[in-house]
Ligand binder design. Structure first.
Ligand code: ATP
Ligand code: MG
Length: 562
């Protein structure tokens, strides 16, 4: 994706109009046509060990979107098989985020609800001579697995009798062994070209409290054993996961085949990567725990809760997921595409207000002191029902420091000594004089106004520049938090040798400033981000803002500044 948003997104727009089916849609249509399945059931299977990020949003949109398109349904299944890292706080946040994105799950399920069934099935595999208890240490198991070019060495316990295996597995369940003492392994092929098929571990002992099953279990199934069987129990037709799981597929199929249960199938697509962003929950957790950010919902985080606090809308995230498409090969998407999507959405929906974020005072010397009049403006030019606002105007205003230049370059159409500009929704003014402090810093600009130029009244006269303003008596002080990308490197999967992702943190990703806003902004209750005219989109910070101290987060600028 190029930096040039309009170009990139424009092309994508053109593409999506004629877009053919993605490869998953093709598979589903084929299955429905041939009667392989009568309906579609997908699942979104997060592990509750962190907050969801934009990569998960992609997966959510894909799973729910695919099922919906073909009249099917989607389960929300918590893949809660690792008690040491999981927590109900995460379960709650995940449910909130999926709902906020606009999706309803058919059933809320937990892999831990299947522990008994999974245990019974493991016993069946033992009885079939397809699983055994291994006493080797983790280290021995690893070193005996062989390499890609060398077959593994069978465990000395590989040929244990069925009865002994059943007894030992029962004892594992009953807590007779310490963590690491014994594992249950599938008996497949120690010379298999796919390393994951060399007698993979099915169960390990973890004496830890589980957020749902409490202390009932001390053996926990591994991902590979739990996931496919959970899919099968729910009769998931299309189990969609990311590409790195393609090597797990033979194992996924092996368990289902040997157990002779509902034949769920796994399909892989490329995971979403975004420039200047890390997306693993482990790394995001470190950012939180080490206070590099203020929490999972820090507006700089790529989490759904962070994006929400930043002012992203569910619509913009769904639009992004759609534009990214479904790829079969790993790639990296430019962050500017995500920004383009939210800009598109907010441009249509956001209410408009004037704010001045780097103020300089402007006095209209021929305007009566103490007088207030009102300038009428649409709250949202794209949405008539949002109504109009009456903006107070007076002799003293704030304008942006950047909208005045003493010695401007050519093509500078804003205010300059002797020059004219229009004050948005109001009069044309002319700069007569500037006042500086003893350091030479401009502290006041003195202008005159042309009373015949108020929009809708008198005669229309146009000038090249228009600038925004806030009337001093009406100005409400606001705190504004400006964000930059969290990391300095575009491809955070490709780090220089000896460096860690933390080494690329942008030290200037947060800037806090004070500004002034028209009163109407403070009373806005649209519930979504608003446009600060000529600046960008901003949203009330839902954590720190209060009536006496309004705080706004910058969602995105009006145009890409990279
Ligand atoms: P992480 O590596 O960030 O911890 P994960 O894959 O371990 O992610 P899970 O909770 O297991 O996180 O993921 C739930 C679902 O979301 C899985 O189906 C997974 O494939 C999908 N998913 C996770 N990250 C991405 C991503 N970057 N792009 C697309 N899908 C993703
Ligand atoms: Mg995972």
């Amino acid at each position: 994706m190029k930096e040039n948003n309009k170009g990139a997104a424009g092309k994508l727009n053109a593409l999506s109009e004629v877009r053919s089916l993605n490869f998953l849609e093709e598979i589903v249509e084929d299955h429905l046509e041939k009667g392989v399945h009568k309906s579609v059931l997908t699942r979104f299977p997060p592990e509750p060990n962190g907050y969801l990020h934009i990569g998960h949003a992609k997966s959510i949109c894909l799973n729910f979107g695919l099922a919906k398109k073909y009249g099917g349904q989607t389960n929300l299944r918590f893949d809660d098989t690792n008690p040491t890292k999981e927590d109900v706080e995460y379960v709650d946040s995940i449910k909130e985020d999926v709902k906020w994105l606009g999706f309803d799950w058919a059933r809320e399920l937990y892999a831990s609800d299947y522990f008994e069934q999974l245990y019974d099935w493991a016993c069946i595999l033992i009885e079939k001579g397809l699983a055994y208890v291994d006493d080797q240490t983790q280290e021995q198991i690893r070193s005996n697995r062989g390499t890609v070019t060398k077959p593994g060495t069978p465990s000395p316990y590989r040929d244990r009798a069925v009865e002994e295996n059943l007894l030992l597995f029962r004892q594992m369940r009953d807590g007779k062994f310490a963590d690491g003492e014994k594992v249950l392994r599938a008996k497949i092929d120690m010379a298999h070209p796919n390393m994951l098929m060399r007698d993979p571990i099915m169960y390990r002992t973890i004496h830890a409290h589980h957020h749902r099953t409490g202390d009932r279990w001390c053996i926990y199934p591994m991902y590979d054993y739990a996931h496919g069987q959970s899919d099968s129990i729910e009769k998931i037709t299309h189990s969609i996961c990311t590409l790195e799981f393609d090597v797990h597929r033979p194992l996924y199929d092996w368990f289902i085949e040997k157990l002779d249960i509902f034949p769920s199938k796994q399909y892989e697509f490329a995971r979403l990567n975004i420039t200047y962003t890390v997306m693993s929950k482990r790394k995001l957790l470190q950012l939180v725990n080490n206070n590099y950010v203020t929490g999972w919902d820090d507006p700089r985080m790529p989490t759904i809760s962070g994006l929400r606090r930043r002012g992203y809308t569910p619509e913009s995230i769904r639009m992004f997921a759609d534009k990214v498409g479904v790829a079969k090969r790993d790639n990296i998407i430019d962050l500017s595409l995500l920004e383009w999507c939210v800009r598109e959405d907010l441009n249509r929906r956001a209410n408009r207000y004037m704010t001045v974020l780097d103020p300089i005072k402007l006095v209209i010397t021929n305007y009566p002191e103490g007088k207030t009049e009102y300038c009428s403006a649409a709250v949202n030019p794209g949405e008539e029902s949002a109504g109009r606002r009456e903006i107070p105007f007076s002799r003293e205003l704030y304008i942006e420091r950047a909208d005045f230049m003493e010695e401007p370059p050519k093509k500078y159409f804003r205010l300059r000594p002797g020059g004219e500009v229009r004050l948005k929704y109001s009069y044309i003014i002319q700069c007569e004089n500037i006042i500086k402090d003893q350091n030479g810093k401009i502290i006041e600009i003195q202008c005159t106004y042309d009373p015949s130029t108020k929009p809708g009244e008198g005669k229309w006269r146009s000038v090249k520049g228009t600038i925004h303003w806030v009337s001093v008596p009406d100005a409400h002080e606001i705190e504004v938090r400006l964000f930059d990308r969290l990391f300095l490197k575009p491809d955070m999967d490709d780090l220089e040798e000896g460096k860690e992702y933390i080494d690329y943190l942008n030290p200037n990703s947060l800037e806090v400033i004070k500004g002034y806003a028209e009163q109407a902004l403070i009373k806005d209750n649209s519930g979504i981000a608003v446009q600060f005219e000529r600046i960008g989109y901003f949203i009330t910070d839902n954590v720190d803002s209060c009536e006496s101290k309004p705080i706004f987060n910058k969602t995105v600028g009006l145009r890409s500044n990279w």
